[in-house]
Ligand binder design. Structure first.
Ligand code: ADP
Ligand code: MG
Length: 841
């Protein structure tokens, strides 16, 4: 029954379907075996050429796989098993494979990675930590290097290129360490390089964080030469469930802490207080904007001791002044917000509900706090963010591998459109998964755990204990210490050192206590030393590695990962979970037995009349725990799905903004940039004028506010006189047809002025200025938009829309907000284009 679940029909059929490919790869072996190293290398180059001359990757699959296998034989002395080739084919086809721990996923990935790298667009291999990125690059780099492909590694502090000739010579090593900090262990074969070089490599290893943060950073640069990434072509994600599911709950965020001290906001508040409407600034309450007049700018410059508020370096100050004026004029106490116990609390404009905890973004909330004289709270602003889901959806082709995927197949399919296939093990799995032992109290559970460890340890059987927290690790360490049992403890913090420890966890009588993620991806070798088979023999006789789980995780996958540490490649081994109904020692732990199956089990325990130090061990119990786990999994899946649906909306915005941003950078780097920039200026002004005119010419002609239009235009075009007269004449002549003519008239005036300005500024400065204005405004507004979207997401859930779906509400509202965002960008640009003064020097 289990068999049919794992290798059920569709899976079997799939494996049967790809068998002919495996056969063809195997048929090439006798011929390829004869190749020398140089010939293998040459074959690698030939395949690259054949791709260039039009053959598809699928055409080249059989030969590529055979070639990679042969290269692994020659370099690593390992021959891909057929099931590793099956896995490779599935990975090439953009699937997720479930392949048990220790079956050799690292090697299995080499064939599809090589094949896809032939296309020259770069292949990314995603690992769960920096150490594994280095390890796998050095390890598998031998194969790729032989076949003529370059390999890069992204670590947090430093990027590298795999280079077999690079050795850390004495002095050089110290020098590098001084530069990079002692935390980084520089290794042979990894030559430090610039991040962009690691991305230019045919194959790049790194964690999802590095790929994700580089993407976000690449969208904050001001020139394209500062970007490091190229395309999102094909990725193989190792431990894919951990990355695409478990880590997917927290998005990647780049934030910047507030540059201004809280007290400084008061200076701006006092300034705003002294400025007067119509004299120093103009308020458009309909469009919710304020604009400083020439007079206001002068006064602000004097008060702040700034030469030129519109100088690029003063843009931040200008923004503060505007915020202070907005806080003064557009945000009314007891309407837009209340003051309660010294805090400014926002009133939701739709429902009138108080929104404690929500804050206006981009320094506005602080400006209001300064105006009210209450405590000013600093905060950081989000500059860029992306969820793991949307990061990986950018790849043209995505694949992944893990020991545990089938139980999350639905999520892979629904969220990532990834199909999951189970790959059979090379040798049959004989590990014994013993039924759970459930105790009443946690104390009794740990006592029993220690007792079991003691027995196994004395018999010489290695034990690996999995916990869910660092505290539990320390607790167990103390208990074992009292019994005089030596143990090694891993907290998933020091990946490299822990990898070395976990690799030794299979030694005779060794006791290792580790949190669940500690040492993931590192193979536990029975007997510890592959070169000394005698210790291995002893460990095998004693039953292999004994794995103890001390708590059930919210998802079966994580438990299975722990079990999977034992019984790899057909070795003997066993696993057992020790659980408790209460968690009196670690009250914060998410005891899923207690929360989801506790009552039924407790009933069983009382029925059997069990004392607290007696475990209940019954298939019924295990089953009810598993069904509790399924429920939790379903629940968590729903949360992630929901998150995703919301993030889809923001993702569209991000795509548009980043595309816009990139096209702007590109614009300023083109030969004909000044023509294109002029055209863009015209477009921006056209949109702003149109919005301005339509806002103030709504309704009957007598209600048109020509005065206001003229005033606003004068703020955009400070040196144009006679705008009002011009507009008034059009209304007289054209009546209701006037708006179009007004628009045309304003554009003509503005573009004439622009050409004048163009002539007066030298082109290098004009370029730098245009670029600066466009990007800076876009980034600032995008950052505010991110905050506002987050606030919206939180508030739609709270709002009581009768029979309205919050998600739909969110979509509608954010559509409007995004429209505002674009118009605000254009308005900001329009308001500064003619005002920026260029002070050279
Ligand atoms: P996984 O990632 O699937 O848990 P690893 O890639 O860490 O497994 O490989 C586990 C061990 O198996 C490694 O020591 C590796 O060298 C070994 N191994 C993998 N494939 C082969 C092979 N085809 N022949 C011999 N040893 C192999
Ligand atoms: Mg692995």
């Amino acid at each position: 029954m289990l068999f049919s679940r794992i290798f059920g029909n569709p899976n079997n059929r799939y494996l049967k379907d790809i068998q002919p490919l495996i056969n063809r790869i195997n048929l090439l072996e006798p011929e390829f075996e004869k190749f020398s190293l140089a010939q293998l290398s040459e074959q690698g180059h030939k395949l690259q050429e054949r791709f260039k001359s039009g053959e598809s990757l699928d055409d080249l699959l059989v030969e590529s796989f055979a070639l990679v296998r042969e290269s692994a034989k020659k370099t690593l002395k390992q021959r891909h098993f057929d099931c590793q080739l099956q896995a490779g084919i599935a990975l090439h086809q953009g699937r997720v494979i479930e392949m048990k721990t220790g079956e050799g996923k690292t090697l299995a990935a080499t064939a599809p990675v090589f094949l896809n790298a032939l296309a020259g667009q770069g292949v990314h291999v995603i690992t769960v930590n920096d150490y594994l990125a280095r390890r796998d690059a050095i390890w598998m780099g031998q194969i790729y290097h032989l076949l003529g492909l370059s390999v890069g590694v992204l670590n947090h502090e430093q990027a590298f290129i795999y280079d077999p000739d690079f050795h850390e010579a004495g002095g050089k090593k110290d020098e590098l360490r001084d530069q990079l900090g002692s935390f980084l262990v520089v290794q042979d074969f990894l030559r430090p390089c610039h991040r962009s070089e690691a991305y230019q490599a045919d194959i790049t290893y790194g964690t999802n964080n590095e790929f994700g943060f580089d993407y976000l950073r690449d969208n904050l640069v001001f020139r394209s030469s500062d970007k490091v990434q190229r395309s999102f072509n094909y990725a193989v994600i190792d431990e894919v469930d951990s990355i695409l599911i478990d880590e997917a709950r927290t998005p990647l965020i780049i934030s910047q802490s507030e540059s201004m001290r809280p007290e400084e906001y008061r200076i701006f508040a006092r300034l705003a207080d002294r400025l007067k409407e119509n004299e120093d600034y103009n308020v458009d309450r309909k469009m919710k904007t304020v604009i400083l007049t020439e007079n206001g700018i002068d006064r602000a410059e004097k008060a702040l001791g700034v030469d030129n508020l519109y100088h690029p370096q003063s843009i931040e100050q200008l923004h503060r002044v505007m915020n202070a004026v907005r806080a003064k004029e557009l945000f009314l106490r007891d309407v837009d917000y209340l003051i309660r116990e010294g805090e400014a609390i926002i009133v939701d404009e739709f429902t009138g509900r108080l929104m404690p905890g929500r804050r206006y973004s981009d320094g506005l909330h602080q400006a209001i706090e300064a105006k009210e004289g209450v405590e000013i709270k600093p905060e950081s602003k989000t500059l860029a963010t992306i969820t793991i889901q949307n990061l990986f959806r950018m790849y043209s082709k995505l694949s992944g591998m893990t020991g545990t995927a089938m139980s999350a197949a639905e999520e892979f399919d629904k969220v990532y459109e990834l199909d999951v296939k189970a790959i059979p093990t090379h040798r049959p799995m004989i590990r014994q998964d013993l039924p759970d032992r459930v105790y009443g109290k946690e104390e009794a559970k740990f006592k029993a755990v220690v007792q079991t460890i003691k027995e196994k340890h004395q018999q010489g059987q290695p034990v690996l204990v999995g916990t869910t927290s660092v505290e539990a690790n320390e607790y167990l360490e103390r208990l074992l210490g009292r019994e005089g049992i030596p143990c090694r403890v891993l907290n998933a913090k020091q990946h490299e050192q822990e990898a070395q420890i976990i690799a030794q966890a299979g030694r005779q009588g060794q006791v290792t206590v580790a949190t669940n993620m500690a040492g993931r991806g590192v193979d536990i070798i029975l007997g510890g030393n592959p070169a000394d088979p005698s210790e291995r023999e002893k460990v095998l006789e004693r039953g292999g590695l004994f794995v103890i789980g001390t708590e059930r995780h919210e998802s079966r996958r994580i438990d299975d990962q722990l079990r999977g540490r034992s019984g790899r490649q057909g070795e003997p081994g066993s696993s057992q979970f020790y659980l408790s109904l209460k968690n009196e020692i670690f009250p914060k732990s998410k005891n899923i037995v207690k929360y989801f199956g506790g009552e039924r089990i407790e009933k069983l325990m009382t029925r059997f009349n069990l004392p607290e130090d007696q475990p209940i061990e019954h298939p019924l119990v295990s089953r009810s725990i598993e069904s509790a786990q399924r429920r939790v999994e379903g629940f968590n899946f729903d949360i992630r799905k929901r998150l995703c649906e919301y993030d889809d909306v923001l993702n569209k915005h991000r795509q548009i903004v980043y595309r816009k941003r990139n096209s702007l950078i590109e614009l300023f780097e083109q030969e004909d940039w000044s023509d294109r920039w002029r055209k863009l200026v015209e477009e921006v002004l056209s949109d702003v004028f149109e919005r301005l005119i339509s806002t103030h010419t709504a309704g009957a002609i007598d209600h048109w506010n020509i005065e206001e239009i003229a005033e606003q235009v004068r703020l955009i075009l400070p040196h144009e006189d006679g705008i009002h007269r011009g507009l008034a004449r059009m209304v007289k002549e054209k009546g209701s047809e006037a708006p179009a003519a007004m628009h045309q008239y304003l554009i003509t005036q503005a573009m004439t002025a622009y050409r004048e300005k163009e002539k007066s500024v030298d082109s290098v400065h004009l370029n730098a200025l245009g670029r600066m204005l466009c990007l800076k405004f876009l980034d600032d507004l995008w950052s505010s938009h991110l905050t506002e979207m987050e606030e919206l997401r939180q508030s739609v859930g709270l709002r009581a829309y009768a029979q309205r779906e919050p998600l739909v509400e969110y979509q509608n509202e954010s559509y409007r907000m995004f429209g505002d965002f674009m118009i605000r960008w254009k308005t900001s640009l329009a308001n500064s284009i003619f005002r920026v003064k260029i002070n050279i020097g």
